[in-house]
Each structure stands twice: as C-alpha cells, then as structure tokens.
Ligand binder design. Structure first.
Ligand SMILES: Cc1ncc(COP(=O)(O)O)c(C=O)c1O
Length: 373
C-alpha cells in the first residue's frame, strides 16, 4: 500500500511558506558550519564510492560503536550507516514486517511506526502514556499489549515528543517482554546524549539479541543536514536485509556526509560538542520551564532528556492556536499536539542554542496567549 502523509508532516508542509521570526520548536542543537570541519577534511578525498563497504565507512561504523559505548559488546560489522535514523527505522519496518503482523508502540510517540505499519498492512497496538504519570510507560500495560503474534516493538528513548527517558532498568524489562515472544525491539536513540536527569541509558543493541538501536548525528550534534545515521544490531541477516532494500532506493551511502560524521564523532570532538549542546539545551530548557510556570494557561512535565517536550494548553485547540501564533503579528512557529493526536497540547523545543532567540519567541507566545484570553 501507498505510504500516506501523517499529520505531523502535513502541518510542516502546510507551513513551509511562512517566514516566522522565531521558533519555539527547534528539536536539534545549534548546527556547526562546514568550515568547522575543513581542517580535518582531506581535499584529495575521492568522492567515488567504489571499494567501500556496502555497510558504510568502516571507521565511521567503529565510531558509532564507541559513541554508543558498545565496544566489546558489538562490532563495526553490526552497524549499517543510513540516511539518518529515519532511514534506519524505515529499512527495519520494511524488512521486518509483513501484512497482518502485530506491532506495538507507545502514545504519544514518534509517528513513523504508525505510518509504516499502515502502509505495510501490519496491525498497530498503542500503549498510552499519561501526563498524570509523568508520561512514563506502564510496563504491565506493555506486557498486556504484547502477544505471541507481536513481531516488533518500537520506542524512542528519550521519547519524542514527551522527553521521557527509559532507564537501563526499564530497558531490561522491556527487552524481557520482547524476548518472551521473540519480538524485535527497535529503540530509536536519536536524542541520546542529551539527558537532564540521569545517565545516558545503554543502547538496546547491546542488551538484546533482537534489539535494534537507531540513531544519527542529527540531534545532539545538530548535523541533520548531513543525513547520516545508523542502525546497530547483532543479527547479521537483518543488516543484510536492510542493505538489500537500500540497494533499491539510495543504493549506497553519502560518502561526504559519512566522512564529516566520522570527524564529528572523534572522541576529541564529540565530548566538547556534547558539552556545548548540553549546556545550551539546559539553559534554554530552564528558560522555557520558568516561562511555563509563569503562564496560567500552560503546564508541562519537564522533559527528562532531549530537546522537546509537550505542554498542555488550557481552554484552546492547539492547531488553530499554533496557526494564529505563526501569523502576523506574532510570527512564531511551534508544532501543535495534533501532530501526535494530542489536540490540547503544544510541542515546544529548546534546540538551536543561543541563535534561536528563545526569549523573543516566548514573549510573542505570551502576547498570543493574552490575545485570546
Ligand atoms: C524520534 C526520531 N526519530 C528519527 C528522527 C529523524 O532523524 P534523522 O535526521 O536522524 O533521520 C527524528 C527527527 O525528528 C526523531 O525525532
């Protein structure tokens, strides 16, 4: 079946012609510039791909293992470099799921799994996480949703859009639930490295033999435009199945993106880059948190990780509100919760570093809230 548009993408597409002055929805760290990498790039680098592994640059794959702290558990052979975490998820959905298969995920959550389950004809079961529980997942509810027919469980850690992180203990229990029925478990770790309340959780690929970690340099490192990500899985048949599918779309990787990603993931760069991203993200998160506390019509569960969170908007439908905020005189972008079937919430982001002019955007949001009360 054809892949159909999701409400999240529909909203983004319908607003791309707008020219907002401010963004309250930035979901990635401030992006580096090409000049930041020039000193480490070889001007004689061949842009031919021949002779390089179909799985991606071996050195980049090794860096992926190191940044995930999987050295000694997984190897570079367990990595496939992809066009972002989105392609890694896509390849897995396509190759793991057949029409009629059961898939389990959580709500609110990253919508890619529901779009793809629908297109493939798989049956999606959603376990709802509630605001009153700080958006945590009730593991008994997950256990009840997973049956002998469940082929795949999909989660993002931390969760997009709530910023709720799963701990190592949670992941151990979730892996046991998956293992009980032999299901695959994809954990989309695209926001890993931006934890505010605890340590980074271990990557699922190292915890469970059918665990698949997907990730990229897009979020914490702000390198979304490189379109360079990965999947890590110890099942080589799955890695090869994904290589075979990719041979029929983009065929091979983006060699320049991979070289830059490899440089960005070198330990001497990664540590400092993450430290800056974390300091900027936390600073913006504190500003946003204070703002929400001061606005009677807004409330939220402060995200435990990542650059986005969901705020409840009292007495107003989120989508008309987001469109009103986007129009003059406010000219400020945020994503309405309708993108996640949450019509009374708005998604707020604290990415973009200092360049994002968060204060200005928040004061426009305050004006817009006052204009409707
Ligand atoms: C949970 C999640 N997965 C995947 C993606 C896509 O990321 P990438 O740029 O690595 O494809 C996003 C982007 O917003 C995301 O939030």
């Amino acid at each position: 079946m054809k892949v159909r548009i999701h409400k999240l993408f529909d909203y983004l597409l319908s607003t791309t012609r707008e020219t907002p002055d401010c963004f309250l929805g930035f979901s990635l760290s401030q992006s580096p510039k090409l000049s930041d990498f020039m000193d480490d790039l070889d001007p004689n680098l061949s842009l031919d791909w021949n002779g390089v592994s179909f799985q991606g640059l071996p050195m980049l794959r090794q860096r992926v293992i190191e940044q995930a702290e999987l050295d000694g558990i997984c190897t570079a052979d367990d990595v496939l470099i992809t066009a972002g975490a989105a392609e890694a998820n896509y390849l897995c959905f396509r190759q793991l799921l057949e029409p009629g298969d059961d898939v389990v995920t959580i709500s609110p959550g990253w919508p890619q799994v529901s779009v793809m389950a629908k297109a493939i004809g798989a049956k999606l079961t959603t376990v709802t996480c509630h605001e009153k529980d700080n958006w945590t997942l009730n593991l008994d509810a997950l256990r009840a949703a997973v049956t002998a027919q469940t082929k795949l469980i999909f989660l993002s850690n931390p969760n997009n859009p709530t910023g709720m992180p799963f701990s190592a203990a949670d992941l151990t229990k979730i892996a046991a639930i998956a293992d009980h029925v032999g299901a695959w478990l994809i954990v989309d770790e695209v926001y890993a490295g931006l934890e505010w309340t605890g340590p980074r959780a271990p990557s699922i690929a190292g915890m469970y033999h059918r665990g698949i970690s997907t990730g990229s340099v897009s979020k914490a490192l702000g390198l979304q435009g490189l379109r360079t990500g990965w999947m890590i899985c110890r099942d080589h048949e799955l890695i090869m199945d994904c290589v075979i599918l990719r041979e029929n779309s983009s065929e091979i990787m983006n060699i320049l993106g991979e070289h830059i990603a490899e440089i960005a993931l070198r330990p001497e760069r990664l540590g400092p880059a993450l430290a800056v991203a974390r300091a900027q993200g936390l600073k913006n998160l504190d500003v946003l948190d204070e703002f929400i506390k001061s606005e009677p019509r807004l409330s939220w569960v402060r995200p435990g990780a990542g650059l986005i969170g969901l705020a409840r908007l009292e007495g107003e439908e989120a989508e008309p509100f987001a469109r009103r905020l986007l129009a003059a005189p406010f000219k400020t972008f945020l994503l309405p919760g309708t993108a996640y079937d949450m019509p009374n919430h708005i998604r707020l982001g604290v990415g973009g570093g200092d360049a994002v002019r968060l204060d200005d955007g928040l004061s426009r949001l305050a004006d817009c809230l006052r204009s409707i009360s």
